[in-house]
Design a protein around this ligand. Sequence first.
Ligand code: GLN
Ligand code: ZN
Length: 777
Amino acid sequence: MYKSLFIDLLRKNIKDMLTQNLGYPRIGGQRQLKKASEQYWAGKIDLNELNSVAHKIKEDNWQTQLDAGIDLIPCNDFSFYDQMLDMSMLLGVIPQRYLPISAVKTNSEIDLYFAMARGYQKDGLDITAMEMTKWLDTNYHYIVPEFRAKQTFSLSSEKVFNEYNMAKQLLGKKAKPVLVGPVSYLLLGKEKEEGFERIDLIKELVPVYIEIINRLKQEGATWIQLDEPCLALDLSKTTKEAFELAYCAIANRVSGVKLLVATYFEALLDNAQLAVSLPVSALHVDLVRAPEQLEEVLALIPDYLQLSVGVVDGRNVWKNDYEKSLQLINKAVEKLGSNRIIITPSCSLIHSPIDLDLETTIDPEIKNWMAFAKQKLNEVAELKQIAEGNQQLLLSNKEAIASRRSSRKAHKQVIKDRVAAITEEYATRESAFPVRQQLHRERFNLPAFPTTTIGSFPQTDDVRRLRARHKKGELTLEQYEKAIEQATIDAIRWQEEIGIDVLVHGEFERNDMVEYFGEQLDGFLFTKNGWVQSYGSRCVKPPVIYGDVSRPADITVRWSKFAAAQTDKPMKGMLTGPVTMLQWSFVRDDQPREATTNQIALAIRDEVVALEQAGIGIIQIDEAAIREGLPLRKAKRPHYLDWAVKAFRITAGGVEDKTQIHTHMCYSEFNDIIKHIAAMDADVITIETSRSQMELLLAFAHFEYPNEIGPGVYDIHSPRVPGVDEMVSLLAKAADLLPAQNLWVNPDCGLKTRKWPETKAALKNMVAAARQARELI
Ligand code: GLN
Ligand code: ZN
């Protein structure tokens, strides 16, 4: 009954075609927020100064969106750290351990907030931070809400109201507060106690949402956006029911304000019926990731629901293809009428860099194919004008799209031909692992529990300064390389001294494991200011893959050869794998990800072969991001894993049996993908396991993983130096699970973020631990 009354009301309230935005980057065009928050944490500026930086960013963002002609402009999309943490503050989901922080007199709400994000070590307190994890399939990390069995919720922060009131001054009715919706908020959190399921907390949670929404309405809000990205995931029956329950309860207790439910990053698929039946005013769908879902949504959509069509890619850097978007918009208009359509980016723009106009060094031909957040707003506005008949705008867009499609800079037939010619043989080593293992044993003659490290050694300020000075022209190439050579020699001497078995050169010549390779491959470009928030104050500047990728010259051979010449011990070559390069870059949207990955794979394969020819017998190909590339929907995973694994095998498939191929993966769970990890057929895999106390090894044990493996014996994320006994006991645990003769001894990951003193102390202990383990077995 309530639902039908509500729906009558909705029908009367629909106006003309609208445009909207779902979220705008909040770090500031010059990364002002990063700088200000870090200064605040260091006690260099006070809360007033921090607030005034935030204030300015918000106002600038709103003005930019207003100027672009956007009708519904988000507020409360700003965050000092993370929007999920904002929700936890708003809903009063504050873990017990933070209570003492509010008791410190000088602390304000924001100090509690930052303590939850970053931990708190002062005033005699030592409280750990909340867990952080990736926001669905993006590289943005959110702070994971912690739930207890008797979790209560209460309206506990004024931020959303303050921000709405501030936005209202400038934007009037256009101001649209954004919240994470109740179901996704629960699903993306974690139970911190046994004996309950977080989704069952929905009944306790919804009343607080009702209170928030009603209060926003009283303050004048006409639209409210509720992000429910989980509607695009595989959902259990209980979760589907939670969606119905939550939104019906809200509809029953709220009127006079329009609710928009936003989904993104995947198609609704089997949740489409559920999504269109939620009693709200509008539904947002991502038609960049999943254009094919439009058909089904249009077939199911009830006649009161407005549809927000996400046609401008919020996750990438390319100019919108207006013709393609128009086809989608027109299809929707035909079915629903223009007054029920809202033109929108596919998702929040926090995942794209801010302003292409700030880029002064990108080749103009290529720059003309690109769009960052600010430009994307214009695209949304222009698409509306074109849908209403402006042909001129369409024509100039067509030219840019055609230029990209036919550009010789992007398309190289030889590379495409080479990818087309890839055979199964390309992706297969000459002999099976046992044969190779025997050859490696004879060739390298390593002890049991051989020790190695993951590649990088501390990137000290001195090393970074060398690079900066060389960039500025203060050091010649020769001077720079001499200094890097010295750092490399020092690291090698030191590894020999403490008795590491397989050495690394230390990666001192590299700025970053993807950038270093991208810079030397054709088809990549780098921005000056294309920063994207990764978490909190941390921003990344991903490379852009704009064209067919190839390797014009050797990349690492010079340094590996130099390093190998300094020692009689085996020197491991160090490369970044194709999936990781893809995953941590902005990629082309004019061909499947798989095709781009194969091009990179061939380039890295050539480098592997070149290293082998230069006499490097052990080569590591890092694939830190294989797991993270996993599609959100289970049904799509097998296909992804097939091509991702094959790409790795292509990189490793060009060498002779005598060469030992390593791979390294961190931050990964292996349970559901172990079969595919094994199919990579690396001779040795090193993984991060110490923080889980070897728990991650269980997947390998159950699978009876046949190849060699180095489970990390110490956590490199903190300066703490692990004791010998601690590492021996981890090794013993590992030897219980897997054949001891297949085990290697190494840290969890590279050591570039560490300082030398703790690195030296920890590695000495690690070598001692390996020696003890050898005696025990
Ligand atoms: N070889 C790289 C390093 O040691 C690997 C880094 C990573 O896995 N994230 O730095
Ligand atoms: Zn790692």
